[in-house]
Design a protein around this ligand. Sequence first.
Ligand SMILES: [Zn+2]
Length: 255
Amino acid sequence: MSNARSVLRALIDLSHDLGRPERDLVILGEGNTSALVDDGTFWVKGSGTQLATVEEDGFVRMYVEPVCALADRVSMTDDEFKEALEAAKADPSQSRRPSTETVLHALALCEAGARFVGHTHPVAVNALMCSLSAEKALSGRLFPDEIVVCGPAPAYIPYADPGLPLAKAVREGFRRFADKWGMPPKTIFIQNHGLIALGETPTQINSITDMAVKTCRILAGTYIFGGPHFLSEEHHQRIFTRPDESYRRQQLKLE
Ligand SMILES: [Zn+2]
């Protein structure tokens, strides 16, 4: 028996957590979530549902492989894309349309090794991502806990049209990141769009999202005081590799 039902329950709880109004991560129908099932399928939030209130019928179960394969297509019309997603549903009788960002979610699961994915549009993140300084502001790490929770660096993705073009851009971002760091990213910042957190559990998604939002708030503050002062390469490496930080990551259920 697959773990589909228990994964869906955990994904619904994660979605409600990310949709809590006081967290300021999404409003209305913004954002989407997904989670891997151990039988080659995944759940993804349906189009037109809201994270804060979505329930079982708001998620669509899809086959991972055919959805990932769409990222190899050179181009598709909007209708072809819609039909291909329809054909990749694990339950064809399910009428709900999966999120426009379904391919991006499948790639995060099959290429970047995530088991849960949370995509949000936090105000604090988008204040930065919609600014002229976005890429430069993300080019260094600011404080030790940022590295402990969010990894050695974020993946920065230049703006791309939501849907297939964005999914392809994110895949490029995964590959660039893996070449440089030898691991998948935990955070993806998309210019003029928002944040994606990748993790193994809902707890990780919540923690990574919180820390990414905190980082952006601190970044905004640094520009009042002359701009960010990044950790040196030496300090950065030290935090990332020291054993007590690894222990802390385990205690926080981050690894
Ligand atoms: Zn989005």
